[in-house]
Design a protein around this ligand. Structure first.
Ligand code: FES
Length: 103
């Protein structure tokens, strides 16, 4: 059964910002862009740099280390030097809280 972990209250989560969560060794970055919420593995597929140190653009995040870009919705690698996608997670709003589905 799917289990959801609370990240923060939606009204404290400004558009264009990120939150980090860690579950065991798994690090996840949660992103709000406008009314959309995204959650990705917080690890660039190029050399493992944290994506949460990167830069948000419309619908994508750019790694701060070497500039690889990833689609926020799908995790698809959009620009070299990364060519492997990153894992995405289901994120939802529930009773005013932002929650991420964890395995
Ligand atoms: S570590 Fe992210 S682009 Fe190199």
């Amino acid at each position: 059964m799917a289990k959801f972990l609370a990240v923060c209250q939606l009204d404290t989560f400004a558009s264009g910002t990120m939150r980090n969560i860690q579950i065991g060794k798994k690090k996840i970055v949660v992103i709000r862009q406008g009314d959309e919420l995204y959650a990705l593995e917080d690890r660039c597929s190029h050399e493992n740099y944290p994506l949460s140190d990167g830069f948000l653009e419309d619908g994508k995040i750019a790694c701060a280390m070497h500039g690889a870009e990833f689609d926020l919705k799908t995790g698809e690698a959009l620009a070299l030097p990364a060519y492997e996608n990153v894992k995405t997670y289901i994120v939802r709003m529930n009773d005013g809280m932002v929650e991420v589905q964890v395995d």
